[in-house]
Design a protein around this ligand. Structure first.
Ligand code: IMP
Ligand code: MG
Length: 181
């Protein structure tokens, strides 16, 4: 049972869905008549992405990219593009969807990488924000944040520890002994 490794449920399915409905209303207003390209950063975003786009009630295009990310619980501080987007975003409005804004390395990298493709605008929507973990010097601030959370390692609803727990329907705090052993 995956649940046995969870110390505490931080966000229930119901809380997540209620917040996504709110964000959906905001994003639908923001992107009415803009036909944005909604870019998800794989793999952690997939569950949030699928729920989020279904609450955006205006036309949009979907695309995905993948960059190198965490191994275990430590950030490498560097990133490379493992899978690029397939649409030309020059002159387009881009909405980046992310699972979590932690040290800020990944999202800053993604933002700069996509900025270089000269879109009309880029805004960021992250399900989770851990401001207490931000690396000094990182100033990027997501326009849309689902939940601001404390400095704990969380899993579920797309987020993994060593590729496990992504399919838990809630966001939970992993028992420290799970990753300390
Ligand atoms: P960054 O530190 O902001 O660059 O976060 C990079 C990536 O680390 C995120 O996109 C997640 O995939 C992963 N990550 C950061 N914090 C957590 C966490 O608490 N649980 C699971 N993955 C995390
Ligand atoms: Mg990850």
């Amino acid at each position: 049972m995956m649940e046995r490794d969870i110390k505490e449920i931080l966000l229930t399915e119901e809380q997540i869905q209620a917040r996504i409905a709110e964000l959906g209303a905001e994003l639908s207003r923001e992107y009415a008549d803009k036909n944005p390209v909604v870019i998800g950063v794989l793999k952690g975003v997939v569950v949030f992405y699928a729920d989020m786009v279904r609450k955006i009630t205006v036309p949009c295009e979907m695309d995905f990219m993948a960059i190198s990310s965490y191994s275990g619980t430590n950030s490498t501080g560097k990133a490379i593009v493992k899978k690029d987007i397939g649409v030309d975003i020059k002159g387009r409005h881009v909405l980046i969807l992310e699972d979590i804004y932690d040290t800020g390395n990944s999202l800053s990298f993604t933002y700069e990488y996509l900025m270089a493709k000269e879109p009309a605008s880029i805004k960021i929507c992250t399900l989770l924000d851990k401001p207490g973990r931000r690396k000094p010097g990182i100033t990027l601030q997501p326009e849309y944040v689902g939940f601001t959370i404390p400095n704990a390692f969380v899993v579920g609803y797309g987020l993994d520890y060593n590729e496990k727990y992504r399919n838990l329907p809630f966001v939970g705090i992993l028992k420290p002994e799970v990753y300390q052993k």
